[in-house]
Design a protein around this ligand. Sequence first.
Ligand code: CA
Length: 240
Amino acid sequence: MTQLRTGSSTDTGKTRKRNEDAYLVELSEKIKKLAVADGMGGHQGGHVASRLALEIIDGFKIEEETFKADMEKAIYQANEKVMARAKADSDLEGMGTTVTFLGINGNRGLVAHVGDSRLYLFRDGNLQRITRDHSLVEEMVRQGKLTSEEAEKHPQRNVLLQALGVEKNIEIEFYDLSLCTGDLFLLCTDGLTGLVSEEEIQNELKGNEDLQELADRLVKLANDRGGHDNITVVLCAYDG
Ligand code: CA
């Protein structure tokens, strides 16, 4: 038995007209699914892309024996479906979405990731970022062309190197995690991390009793800072 507690919250923020973020929390099957998606492009495209991608992942049967291969197939299928929908409807042309997908099977966690949404692991009081952003600025930081501080304020900080629904070829990044009792996962979109520092998030997570309250509080914090983007937070505690 995998014992999980979750809390989740999403909000349009203070300046956007529509919430183009989406999230998934599906705990009823053997392999638990948690995901966030940050849609972009077109008039209504972002909204459609993020929801469609998570619908496909939600409906994809993931077996224990083929855990990783199935997660990979689910993402590829989501990519194809978003591309096909964009092609079929000119209003949706150019849409795409990030996806950060955590599957939990017993004490094994697998992350499949495309784009710049993030997964963090809070363990023993420390917040650790697991995913890397598939963004231009993060690539430049890795190459030593920018500092992390410069990247945070860079005019092109929202430029992604890849997203779902844009091209057939995507490079899904996987992370394999061995879970410990007490681990707390945070999946979020950049509407949170663009306004709330990792240090502040870590401090908030230290008092994690009610995960729903905590998710709402993190969203509120980003809104209090201006909420210039959609904000989505999914929390999941592994209780053994
Ligand atoms: Ca965003």
